[in-house]
Design a protein around this ligand. Sequence first.
Ligand code: PNS
Length: 163
Amino acid sequence: MGERIALYPGSFDPVTRGHLDILERACLVFDRVVVGVLGNPSKSPLFTTEERVDLIRRSIADAPQVEVDTFDGLTVDFAQRVGAIAIVRGLRVTSDFENEFQMTLMNRRLNPDVHTIFLMTSFSNVFISSSIIKEVFRLGGAIDDAVPPASAEALRRKFAQGD
Ligand code: PNS
């Protein structure tokens, strides 16, 4: 059997400790993990695609098993292009479930050969999401324990520019 590759897709706007937690777990299960950064997510991103990719790369400096790439279009199509047998998604709290369930069934309908695997974050990361981090940061709250240093720095720079 060849290499077992997984695709970990998302907006990563910006990458959080929750994402890195899922990525680490995915690396324990798969030989190689491709992090797929969606170029144009429906929720208009704070960071450009290049910035989001750069933040992930800087946060996983020593991970030869991991590749970071961008994609547009359907996630299942990108999964097939990179040879992934599975899409990995993180599950946090029950509110994630409905949307994830819907996406999984649609992706399965689009391509039954690509499976979706859910991994759970550690308890300390259960309440972290990129959206909540951006909101808390914007309102002056502390976010340093929820994101890698590269993301914290990038948020400071972005908001200092008045974006
Ligand atoms: O980090 P996010 O925003 O929760 O990631 C959502 C993502 C990128 C996985 C999802 O929006 C997606 O797969 N978009 C690509 C378009 C697509 O394939 N849509 C059909 C999925 S049912």
